[in-house]
Write a protein that binds this ligand. Sequence first.
Ligand code: ZN
Length: 322
Amino acid sequence: MLGITGNLKSLFGFGSKAETRQSAPKEEGDPTDSVTLATPEPKPAIIRRKATGIAAEYRDNFDFQDDMKALAQKHPGQVKLFELGRSVQGRVISGMSIGTGPIGLVVTGMMHGCEWTGGEAAFELGKKIAEQRPDLMDKMTLHVVPVSNPDAQEVSRGVLHGYRANVNGVDPNRNWPTNWGTNEITPQKFCHEIGGTGEAPLSEPETQALNKLTGEEYKTKGWLDLHSYGEFFVHPESERPEKYEALIADMQKATSKPYDSMKIQDHQDITGSLAEHCESLGIIAVGAELGTKHQPKGEEREATIQDGVNLGMAFVEHLAKS
Ligand SMILES: [Zn+2]
């Protein structure tokens, strides 16, 4: 596994309460001026790390913010930005909505921070639809969140390339309310090596942020969650198996390599997963494990991301019709 033996708290400032936004400028004569306020805790700034090695081939959270903003400026009315919340350390969790149609669809990347190809594929799928598929734009609205777990992304861009949990040691894909708890392979509550369940369902700011996408305003009918790796699809147990079979068959046709399909329960007996929670809400949810590495280089990087875009497009096309 990751072999973490040092003191993570001191190494990364884990557990610190970060907040980087400036407080709103006060109007003159603001009544709070006269109130003695408690001295705020010192707030560590979110520092942008210079990318080195393999990390230089992948966007960081700042790059994704910049690229989503540029796309929204290029396609006003068709691409809109949204913010869902902040991570444990105060990093922004945000996305872009593509299209104006009545069927809400979601694609998320990097719920596990070290799974970099999913973030790239999620963004590129949104961009491709915005620039090349006007036919889909009035049928559906695709909500794209490239980086669901930005603190772990940042940790994995440093020395711990395999870091997947959030910085509290909770796996964001074991922290959802449906069937939440422990099983043989998910440690209870906290584990910095593979992630635990958390103290309670939706205990973490990252899952609380993503959970907003199940709210009414997003009209979510389908959710594609991009992970790595293994070249297979996972889906929850469902009373409507034929819907999953038809959808996954379309997605399988879109990949350059044969992608297997399995139920979450058959794969690792996972509990508290996003997909199971979506299914309980009537949202059809598929996880895709892209490629054969978390952080492939060069041509393999390109091919893995392209598979993610293509299977994502099949997901969107299939559900935009329904
Ligand atoms: Zn994952």
